[in-house]
Design a protein around this ligand. Structure first.
Ligand SMILES: [Zn+2]
Length: 435
């Protein structure tokens, strides 16, 4: 039998080695060691890691690559970022939003990032960004899954037409209901917005993903309301709370009650480590709080935790290159997730966990799944986080859509090797220390 593609001698994220992955008709047909079959195209993974594609479950594609337009964020705070975005919004054009989003998707593909959940601001009566990103969604569909969240950036109740605009955006086919309860005028309005938005999602059969408690305020507790409404409306498994940075600063006793409630309600959490470490703690002297939510504690309770990139070169964050391993590496540092198991979980937080949060269909490396995968210049998932290595091949539906040459450095030092391959520095766990 001849397959369309066989990737030979791969190491999989679960640690299996020497695996051949055969693809036919855009799907994974078989995964087995040393398969006795031929492929129209064959790729030798040479023992390196093959992973399902990276997934970013929290992003803002309407703002990406707008850095410096119309000016820079001087204070570096979330609030100046929101104000700056407010200055840019009336100046946006349909074509410019589309062009920036498409360019971002090119970058994402080059990094093996093939699924993105993007919030889209609906607080512009023109709904220009919604219409632009719906067009982008259709254009990138052959190579990237783009899921859109109707996001009332200026507040569902605080912004004049947000209620009507959000309904219009959902009518245009936006798939997920967003929110920003901590930005409403009062705690009570914030809680009311959570209730109303969850009811809309329940009525329309949609998913929910709210920016929730993105502050250093230990008393910002909208996640409690989000968990309550999830349970009341039977939305278990369909709701995510994004950021949850206030949890970093909450009273420990309160958190010991909150986390079981979240687990019981089947609410997922999304941390955005690059943005959280940059934006939170801005009002602190020393010591400065890190601001990232309580990742290992939630994981221990069985709450799914995904990591998002949130921003790349926009009013809130001036860096980034669509590299979800950079996101995972920052999470490892900020959350001190340095045990071997915690680092493996950090890799899952940018692959399988966000895929489940987004309800992606047929994602993974099992037979029957879409033939979507990434070959990395690294031997396992921890090495991938350590090195943020080159994506040697990015495969979508059984076809190679991006390739990078291996990173090998020529060394000109007498008495030393003439080449350095960063991937060859993997630790020999349990090996003979005398060798
Ligand atoms: Zn966000």
């Amino acid at each position: 039998m001849t397959f369309d593609l066989i990737v030979r001698n791969a190491t999989l994220p679960d640690g299996r080695t020497g695996q051949d992955i055969a693809c036919a008709d855009g799907r994974i047909a078989a995964v087995a060691p040393r398969m006795d079959a031929a492929g129209a195209r064959e790729i030798d993974a040479d023992g390196q890691l093959v992973s399902p594609p990276f997934v970013d479950c929290h992003f803002h594609m309407d703002a990406t690559l707008s850095l410096g337009l119309p000016r820079m964020n001087v204070s570096g705070t979330l609030l100046e970022g929101i104000a700056l975005w407010g200055e840019l919004k009336p100046l946006l054009t349909h074509e410019a939003v589309i062009e920036r989003a498409l360019r971002y998707c090119d970058l994402a593909v080059s990094q093996g990032l093939l699924a993105v959940r993007s919030h889209v601001d609906i607080c512009d009566d023109r709904l220009l960004a919604v219409e632009a990103l719906k067009e982008v969604q259709a254009r990138v569909r052959p190579y990237l899954d783009l899921q859109l969240v109707a996001f009332p950036q200026d507040g569902y109740y605080r912004s004049a037409n947000a209620e009507a605009n959000l309904a219009r955006a959902l009518d245009l086919g936006v798939e997920v209901v967003g929110g920003i309860p901590h930005f409403e005028r009062s705690m009570a309005d914030g809680a009311a917005s959570v209730r109303a938005l969850c009811e809309i999602a329940a009525d329309r059969g949609l998913l929910v993903d709210m920016h929730c408690d993105e502050s250093d305020d230990p008393l910002s507790r909208h996640i409690e309301t989000l968990a309550f409404e999830t349970q009341r409306l039977g939305l278990q498994g369909r709701v995510a709370g994004s950021h949850l940075t206030s949890m970093h600063s909450m009273d420990n006793y309160y958190v010991s009650k909150l986390l079981p409630l979240m687990a019981e309600a089947g609410v997922s959490a999304i941390a955005n480590p690059l943005i959280n470490i940059c934006l939170q703690g801005r009002h602190d002297g020393y010591p400065k709080r890190r601001g990232m939510t309580r990742v290992p504690e939630m994981q221990a309770m069985g709450i799914p935790v995904g990591f998002g990139h949130d921003c790349v070169m926009d009013p809130w964050y001036s860096l980034g290159q669509a590299d979800m391993l950079e996101v995972a590496a920052m999470a490892v540092h900020v959350g001190q997730l340095t045990s071997r198991d915690a680092m493996r979980a950090a890799f899952e937080a940018v692959t399988t966990v966000p895929a489940a949060i987004m309800h992606l269909q047929d994602y993974g490396l099992a037979p029957g799944c879409h033939a979507d995968m990434v070959l990395l210049q690294a031997t396992d998932t921890i090495e991938a986080i350590r090195m943020k290595p080159v994506r040697l091949a990015v495969i979508r539906r059984g076809r190679v859509i991006a390739e990078t040459m291996p990173r090998v450095i020529a060394l000109r030092i007498d008495g030393r090797p003439d080449m350095v391959d960063p991937a060859s520095y993997a630790p020999r766990e349990g090996g003979d220390p005398r060798l």
